[in-house]
Design a protein around this ligand. Structure first.
Ligand SMILES: [Zn+2]
Length: 53
């Protein structure tokens, strides 16, 4: 069974502090897919990702 749930996530860059609020889809394993690739500062791995209610 594959169920997706729409959710909002806040992504905060640990390099420059930029914040992004994106809509994502939550997969069955709890991983949120946002399509977010990298920050404006070219950081593509150090992020805080927080789910918004
Ligand atoms: Zn950044």
């Amino acid at each position: 069974m594959f169920k997706t749930q729409r959710t909002k996530v806040m992504i905060r860059c640990n390099e420059c502090g930029e914040k992004f609020t994106l809509r994502g889809k939550k997969g069955s394993e709890g991983k949120v897919e946002t399509g977010f690739k990298q920050c404006l500062c070219s950081n593509d791995r150090y992020f805080d990702i927080e789910e918004l209610p």
